[in-house]
Design a protein around this ligand. Sequence first.
Ligand code: MV4
Length: 668
Amino acid sequence: MFKSVLIANRGEIACRIMHTAKRLGMRTIAVYSVADADALHVLEADEAHLLGPAPANESYLRADKILEIAQYAHADCIHPGYGFLSENAEFAEACEDAGIVFVGPTAAAIRAMGLKDAAKKLMVGAGVPVVPGYHGADQDPKALAKEAAKIGYPVLIKAVAGGGGKGMRRVDDAKDFEAALNGAIREGEKAFGNGHVLIEKYIEKPRHIEIQVFADSHGNVVHLFERDCSLQRRHQKVVEEAPAPGMPDALRDVMGKAAVDAAKAIDYRGAGTIEFIVDASKALTADGFFFMEMNTRLQVEHPVTEEITGQDLVAWQFAVAAGEELPLSQVHLEIEGHAVEVRLYAENPSRKFLPSTGTLHHLKFPEEDGFIRIETGVTEGDTVSVYYDPMLAKVIAWDATREKAIDRLVTALRELEVAGVKTNASFLAEAVDHTAFRAGDIDTGFIENHLSDLVPAETGPGAVEKALAVIGLLCLRQGVTELAAAETLEPESPWAALDGFRIGGIAHERMTFTGDHGFEARIRYDDGDVILGIDGEEFDVEGELDEDGLTVAIDGEHHTAGVHFMADRLVLMHQARTYELSFADPLAPELAAEVGGAGLAAPMPGKIISVLAKAGDRVKRGQAIVVLEAMKMEHTLAAPADITIETIGAGPGDQVAEGMMIVTFAGN
Ligand code: MV4
């Protein structure tokens, strides 16, 4: 087995490969761009080497630099992960020429599957079903139009060098053929430098079902069953599962054999995926599946196969690359249970899935147990940048049945907390919880056909979320107050508690939230009870706020939520949705633990995150001066009045004790 590996990738797949490499006792070598200097995959590696600036073509695609580092670091092998150089035949060749093992297929196999027409020819030769159509060398438009007429409309024109839907045009009528052909040629030439096309019968209501194959250098080839990846958006997979719902055992065997035959036809080695298109307009049968393309890399969605087979596919990759035989033969592979994976993206479904960049101010994944698995390359505080794919994590659920796996996944997605960037978490939860998905009524049009169910019109916080926000703020103040009270001579004094206490009467106060979803809450304290009045409704509430977030009872109903406090905003995360609520809390300066106007003391022990002003600055009342992290939340120390700063006694990263004077003000 190899003693060291250079992982030529970043993010979750780099971390994932590292976990297996470490388990196998390898020294792990990371490479990173300037933008990833503090990234998880860099921190987790035994050593890390800078590639260059953030843009991929100046870093993770720099084959020469990666090879140079691999030789310098004496790497036994290079694992490319997926994307970047993972299907770059020249890079695979350069590794071998440098005497460094490329953990992947041979350059020849990569090339063989790189062009759809050549790939289809190979499949026909191997007896693998292909979509009826034309994939010949004659590219004369008139000849192609004749072929389309022979096939029968609707047809699909595909750029032979295309992939992932690029250079693809559906044509429903002969009159539209020429224009569509020109479009596909143009796109093929622009994106791939190759305008050649093939034509296929369009399969209505297609499902995307792919088979994981593995081949070693001793002639052994197995399949590790299927994955259904039909829930896609713009040819980006969103939800993947194994096994495919409704897959007859007999068809699984037929498709598995076809996939193995395809791998054998190109003398494949390593992990590969044969993608089939399956006609879902009728029952799944052996005459309804067709070869689409072969991916000569480990796929993003490989974890669902690992979960149902109990195999570590990265370990298989290392074994095969080291010349060992496959760890298991076909008869020893079996399916146990069901696994579903979703891809958590920093994107805003309500704004046409626009990527969302920013800082992950708060990031809390669901607990990993024997059922939920998280694959991620980010941690709280990381910045999601524009340079790379904005996938934050993969959330995978396994259980004995599909229904139970879906239930676990929905719960996990609703426990997820992310503040600082928008995510598709709610969209994912709605998709896998959808009745049509649960019924297995899926095809590649699922997301488009159910989009209004999956991305409901963006509504603001409901009564529960508003109550949670109010309670969160009260708990924070109460927490601060209790801390502050501990400093007073009479910590039990009712005056020490910020509960609106009034001698001899029922105390009450108002809290105002501003902005688009602003509202006013009335809080009434009655003999220890707290009653909220929001939008004309009253709720008996109690709650507490700790490191794990907010735990609340509203009229006896239990709710949990994540809260993250920023300057004058509260970010509430509840049921996979995130709400940013600005508050104009009349008592907000209490958070600043103002000390008699002379300065600002730390209201609780914590770490300075940022200092937003400097000595000599004239600041306005309420202006944020210092941001403190405590209780896993951000607290802002704000100016108590229009005032001039005299000194600031701590800086970012400094730990401060409660009561420590951080800011002093010049005479008012
Ligand atoms: C097809 C097809 C229907 N009929 N080929 C999409 C990109 C590439 N994976 C091939 N694709 C398709 N090829 C024929 N003859 C429908 C698609 C397709 C699709 C396939 C799998 C997963 C998602 C898809 C989304 C749209 C179209």
